[in-house]
Design a protein around this ligand. Structure first.
Ligand code: NI
Length: 387
């Protein structure tokens, strides 16, 4: 167990790529300079990348005979966050920052490409690199790439997210759910407004909103199997304009997080019923607008998750490969998994004193980069060879 010396030799280039990308972040669906930089690096390796679906697709054919086509995915977008002072390669774009670590994902994927180009004679099959726009902004960039044919011929896909809760030298690889179904809901309530002194002449939308919020708490506590994770959170309630006016309209907005499709459907159906019944009680009308966000990232029980777990163990050791609770965040890697078998993992990039993802002080430990390169490169080589 150790990082391959051929990967260690690439560390300087990988860090350079990451720092350049970190200093020049771009928001979702606007990753033009990012694509231009990646394109230049890829062309310098003698390859011809293709722009597709707002992203960059690079095909590398091995020199060791036929095999599978395997995809490696990296997301490219940054966030609307003003980066804290401190780093010499701090963001040069005001109000925009790679606060989630997607700069590292791109640098790692480029590192895998550099590694495989150098060892092309030993690569059977074909590896396709998908540099994807707009992971942070639903509907996300994955669907665009898929529509543009980026998965055509692909038989397996792998990807990673850096994770500041894990120290460098750890990889969380597991079958089953890793990231959640991440949905948004809005309840629009319509009653009859009127004077605060004459409630009998109104249908109070504020009261219906309050009862709806209370009843929604029973979805998770009483309607979902207690052994199945689910969250229904109301984040916003809007109603009324003045102390002496009973509001005729109200709006309740929130999010739902689940790990399985069955629970997701159950929660949604229960919410429909509660929204309707709460309005009916008061003689109001109400409508639930439920918008499905990214589906859950769920790794298959066997292949190719098993291959990723093996290559991770070769690089970080058996003790370095951990399993743990999923994140209830969303990730559009899930869309690829609906088309081809795909395995996703968390790469440790931090420790207990690291600022969380999406914060202005987020700063990953660059020591993680070579681990990411080596794990993904080994997985890509093995899967492409038919393993
Ligand atoms: Ni992210």
């Amino acid at each position: 167990m150790a990082v391959d010396p051929e990967v260690m030799a690439l560390e300087e280039a990988v860090v350079r790529d990451r720092r350049h990308l970190h200093a020049h972040p771009e928001l979702s669906f606007r990753e033009r300079e990012t694509v231009a930089y990646l394109r230049a690096q890829v062309e310098a390796l003698g390859l011809s990348p293709q722009e597709r679906g707002g992203g960059l697709v690079v095909d590398l054919a091995g020199g060791a005979g036929p095999g599978r086509t395997v995809a490696v995915r990296a997301d490219m977008d940054a966030l609307p966050v003003e980066e804290a002072e401190g780093l010499p390669f701090r963001s040069q774009a005001p109000g925009v920052m790679h606060a989630c670590g997607h700069d590292a994902h791109m640098a790692i994927a480029l590192g895998v490409l550099r590694r495989l180009v150098a060892g092309r004679d030993r690569l059977a099959g074909r590896v396709r690199f998908l540099f994807q726009p707009a992971e942070e902004t639903p509907p996300g960039g994955a669907l665009e790439l898929i529509r543009a044919g980026a998965l055509d011929g692909v038989e397996a896909i792998v990807g990673l997210h850096v994770n500041s809760l894990l120290p460098v030298g750890r990889a969380q690889v597991q079958s089953g759910p890793l990231l959640a179904n991440s949905d948004v809901f809005e309840v629009e309530i319509e009653g009859v407004g009127g004077h605060g002194s004459q409630p009998h002449l109104t249908v109070d939308a504020a009261l219906v909103a309050a009862q709806t919020v209370v009843h929604l708490q029973t979805v998770v506590s009483r309607r979902v199997d207690p052994l199945q994770p689910a969250v229904v959170s109301v984040g916003r309630i809007e109603a009324g304009t003045a102390h002496n006016i009973i509001p005729g309209r109200a709006r309740v907005v929130g999010t739902v997080r689940t790990l399985s499709e069955g629970v997701r459907e159950r929660v949604r159906a229960e919410m429909e019923r509660i929204v309707r019944a709460s309005a009916d009680l008061a003689g109001a009308s109400a409508r639930l607008v439920y918008t499905e966000g990214y589906p859950a990232v769920v790794n298959p029980e066997g292949w190719p998750t098993t291959v990723l777990a093996e290559t991770a163990a070769e690089v970080v050791g058996r003790a370095g490969v951990v399993q743990g609770p999923p994140w209830l965040a969303g990730e559009d890697f899930a869309y690829y998994q609906r088309h081809v078998p795909g395995a996703f993992f968390f790469l440790g990039c931090g420790g207990p004193d690291r600022a969380p993802h999406h914060s202005s002080a987020f700063a990953l430990d660059e020591g993680c980069l070579v681990y990411g390169v080596d794990i993904l490169a080994r997985a890509a080589v093995r899967l492409a060879a038919g393993g």
